[in-house]
Design a protein around this ligand. Sequence first.
Ligand code: 4AD
Ligand code: MG
Length: 508
Amino acid sequence: MHQHIKRIAQSEGQEATLKGWVANIRESKTNLFIVLRDGTGFVQCVVGLDAVGEEQFEAAKKLTLESSLALTGNVVKDDRQIGGYELQANNVHIYQIAKEYPIAKKTHGEHGVRFLADKRHLWLRSKRQWAIMRVRNEIIMGIHEFFQSRDFIQMDAPIFTGNACEGTTTLFSTDFFGEEAFLSQSGQLYGEAMAMAQGLIYTFGPTFRAEKSDTPRHLAEFWMIEPEMAFYDNEMNMDLIEQFMKHVINRVIKNCTVELEALDRDVEKLARVNQEFPRVPYTEAVKILRGEQEVNGRNAIAVQEEDLANAKKGIEEKTADIAEREVQIKAGMKKGARKFSEAKIVVLRKEIAEMEEQVRNIPKWIESAKSFEDGEDFGGSDETVLTRVFDAPVMVYNWPTKIKAFYMKEVEGDPHHVKGVDLLAPEGYGEIIGGSERETDIDVLLKKIKEHDLPMQEFEWYLDLRRFGSVPHSGFGLGLERIVRWCCDLDHLRETIPFPRRYGRLFP
Ligand code: 4AD
Ligand code: MG
């Protein structure tokens, strides 16, 4: 049996065989230094001429990036190496010498977004993507652990559906034996039925939205986790959301140190999830957004103006830094120092581009925030502006009736608002959870189904839930890719799922 790199400490001082791929390779006269990756981790392996003999050494010199091989040798503790160990090989077995790898390591930062997306099947092997997928896995485990330990039953909702759950504008339609069917936007309505059978349930499955918009927050196919709880009002719903988020994020912080480091994630910011989540009614959130109400002495508009000023200053400083480095390079530098400086310039240019993007965007965001009208839905930038004044995730509740789904329960004595709740992630990430207490009054539901122009006949089964043993109940939906994006601090959802399906992207 070969050893997994993650568990290499178990083989300290002993011989072990590792199997994997070349993540990096450099060569001296009598040694090859290979960074081997096997999926569980990365480790440096030294292949010495004396240790493996001339024949194997010559063969190993032909190894290229992503070539596959097995290495046997002694495991030695070495704190200077990644993972703290090194394998000193005495045998090399090559599976395949890879052709020239299209995603070469040194030019990594320079590949365009489209190129990497086209090469997604290979891009998944890069260290960042490797780390993201492992964080995603940890989140999934944390979600199951949370619900299972609280007596929830996992249920699978259908994917072919006849019902629109979240409005009719984002439905993918398909042919179901000659009948029109839709790909499910949400498992919620079926979850409600199951909650009346099982009490506490959660779905965990793919959902589909025909979002014809190319934004960093929208996928056409994404995974949603939807708990539904009998005998829960919206207060209990919010309590559960808060406990749930704390549990999942803390598990990631605890078990993904290597991955979060590879992603350069500021873990301290993530750990702010342990603070109490502010709960803000929608009408108050509107005032905060417009800069009419402050939060802990912070004004949303002023924060944006500061961000803008900082970005402008940053561009100036970084531009000057580049100019200075270019002068030094021209004047002549030692090879090592020049390489370092050139790499630094690439990074600086990227940072400047990001800041220029901010300089373009922030004035528009401020404009949109200041002129926001009570009763409208928050756009992506409004969420960013709003959440910047909070450290922890914030729950916005009691939303305008007209912008929310038909099933949300009206606030007593205020038909213009419903008991919906959105959880907005900090650091500008915005909505990651949407939920509500569900309407139980069948007459209100009938009225709403008509108002939303939904086909009454197809909702008959759902109305049965209100006819037979109706109880107060609530639930919510977490977008898996949205929480992965926040945890990993990513610009875009395209990196959060193995093979993204979004507007303009069906391959690979
Ligand atoms: O707010 P939404 O539309 O709520 C529902 O679907 C409810 N039925 C949930 C419930 O109460 N059971 O979607 C829930 C979450 C959003 O907060 C977001 O995280 C994610 O699903 N989401 C998307 N993620 C990626 N791409 C999209 N196009 C998404 N649309 C929603
Ligand atoms: Mg929503």
